[in-house]
Design a protein around this ligand. Structure first.
Ligand code: HEM
Length: 258
């Protein structure tokens, strides 16, 4: 098969890493846009969470489109990680002859930074989904709206980011993601053969804007909650929410995967 032969080549793998990376950057841009609804109040972000499940529900059913998106992002993530692993093995098998010493050393530093930040980001994603989506771990109380079984986003974020080390983990993880995306976006342009001397300045600028923009957009949420710039939820918002209790989590009554 031509597609398989292409994937087996080093260039093919680089293209797959670039395309899956681009899909995940697309997800992050959508996610940061969603998160920024907190600036407009509890109702906005809570409604946004419900909208994610009801958008195009006439076609896909309730939460159906979200599952399609989860499958695409999850598939892209798995393919991205496996392909990078295969690429490293393939590169190790080929002798690094012909590189200038400094360029070779630089590749090792960048490669190690990408590998380490990639592993830490994977750990963050697991922690993050267990905290805010499934409510499996709740270092702070995880509030669920009894009317739809969904986590109540504003109060869950507010309470989590009152805790300095949770806010710290999020800001640290966002810095790693910024660094990973900067190098990733830059090498993506090179992998798909779009780099040339005339355009390199523009591509580097796009990589900088993308990584700093995502970092600021994401990190602003924990920082603004922790510093109390974003207000606590109103009393009446808290009244309609109930904290999920241990037995509900253990008994699988939590409907977070809706
Ligand atoms: C400060 C930064 C972030 C905040 C405050 C945040 C907040 C949230 C919240 C509240 C949810 C649950 C939304 C809902 O159920 O309606 C969520 C889901 C999720 N987030 Fe984040 N997020 C952040 C950064 C990230 C990053 C950087 C990634 C990826 C690297 C990420 C990946 C995900 C994923 C995969 C889900 C699950 C979506 C689903 O399947 O329902 N998040 N996030």
């Amino acid at each position: 098969m031509r597609l398989l032969r292409f994937y087996q080549s080093s260039v093919g793998k680089k293209v797959v890493v670039a395309v899956t990376g681009a899909i995940m950057i697309g997800f992050l841009l959508a996610h940061v846009w969603g998160n920024l609804h907190v600036y407009f109040g509890a109702e906005e972000i809570n409604d946004y969470s419900v909208w994610l499940r009801t958008f195009l529900s006439e076609i896909f059913g309730y939460g159906g489109l979200l599952w399609v998106i989860r499958a695409i992002i999850g598939g892209a993530l798995v393919l991205h990680v496996i392909t990078i692993f295969l690429l490293i093995r393939q590169n190790r098998a080929a002798r690094p002859v012909g590189y200038k010493k400094t360029s070779h050393r630089r590749r090792i530093v960048v490669g190690s930074t990408m590998a380490l930040s990639g592993i830490l980001i994977l750990c963050f994603i697991v922690f993050h989904i267990l905290q805010f989506t499934t409510g499996t771990i709740h270092p702070t109380t995880f509030h669920v709206d009894p009317s739809n079984g969904l986590g109540v986003v504003y109060i869950n974020l507010y309470e989590a980011f009152q805790v300095w080390w949770i806010a710290g983990i999020y800001v640290g993880a966002m810095a790693l993601i910024g660094i990973h995306i900067y190098h990733g976006a830059w090498s993506m342009f090179q992998s798909i053969g779009m780099n040339n001397q005339d355009r390199n300045g523009t591509f580097r600028a796009v990589a900088v804007v993308l990584s700093i923009g995502l970092f600021l957009g994401f990190a602003s949420v924990p920082v603004l909650f922790w510093t109390d710039v974003l207000p606590p939820p109103a009393e009446h918002d808290i009244a309609v929410q109930m904290p999920i209790d241990e037995s509900a989590t253990a008994g699988g009554e939590n409907d977070q995967w809706n």
